[in-house]
Design a protein around this ligand. Structure first.
Ligand SMILES: N[C@@H](CCC(=O)N[C@@H](CS)C(=O)NCC(=O)O)C(=O)O
Length: 219
């Protein structure tokens, strides 16, 4: 019986929830999933016990509450995987931490212009200059990780790490909004989309009935 419970939002929309969910599935960390649909009349009340400012994701480890995606990933890596959530090589690990922090703190235009919407497929999406710059920055990041550290596998640092969990939602955005990508980025998106847990997440998102209007954008 697992001690872990992961509180997540709607699978279709909640990009922050996807990160620890994917990470736990990838590393076969058992957990109970508690899905709380976001932006309903009862959401704040349902999330109020967890000290997360009514945001998801939240990890419960017995009585301990950990919130915020990157903190949850750090907690799981340190306490459950003996640090194996990060690359073993110290330089790779420093880069993985930098790009994970960058994903956590940056890319506001992509978040606004390409809200995660797993069940939708767009044929075209016009991006602002600022958002185009962020797409190019992400491709540069992936290119550097894959060429410098990716030789042992198909993930950013060869083996799957926290960094892949952090970048998973952006791969779904690039695929869903049909964003033109270079070869390395295209292959990386393909790797993510083929992950059984991602397939499971997308299928579950299609079964959700809720619609969050502010995350529904037109081309
Ligand atoms: N920095 C937080 C962001 C969490 C966040 O904004 N989550 C969204 C869902 S994807 C949320 O709970 N939104 C509800 C709200 O803002 O009231 C993290 O990394 O977990």
């Amino acid at each position: 019986m697992t001690n872990f419970a992961l509180i997540i939002g709607n699978k279709n929309y909640s990009s922050w929830s996807l990160r620890p969910w994917l990470f736990m599935r990838h590393f076969d960390i058992e957990f109970q999933e508690k899905r709380i649909p976001l932006f309903t009349e009862t959401t704040d009340e349902a999330l109020s016990p967890y000290f997360s400012d009514c945001k998801v994701p939240v990890l419960l480890d017995g009585d301990l509450i950990v919130w915020d995606s990157l903190a949850i990933l750090e907690y799981l890596s340190e306490n459950h995987l003996n640090g194996k959530g990060w690359p073993t090589d110290a330089n790779a690990r420093a880069l993985a931490r930098s790009i994970s922090a960058e994903m956590h703190s940056s890319f506001p235009n992509l978040r606004n212009e390409l809200p995660m919407n797993c069940r939708k497929q767009f044929s075209e999406r016009k991006l602002s200059q600022a958002a185009q710059h962020e797409v190019a920055r992400i491709m540069k990041i992936w290119q550097r990780c894959r060429t410098e550290y990716g030789a042992t596998g198909d993930w950013l640092f060869g083996d799957f790490s926290v960094a892949d969990a952090m970048y998973a939602p952006v791969t779904l955005r690039f695929a869903g909004y049909n964003i033109p990508l270079d070869d390395i980025a295209q292959r990386y998106v393909g790797t993510m989309l083929a992950h059984p847990a991602i397939i499971e997440w997308i299928e579950a998102s299609r079964a959700e009935a809720e619609v969050i209007a502010m995350d529904e954008v037109e081309p």
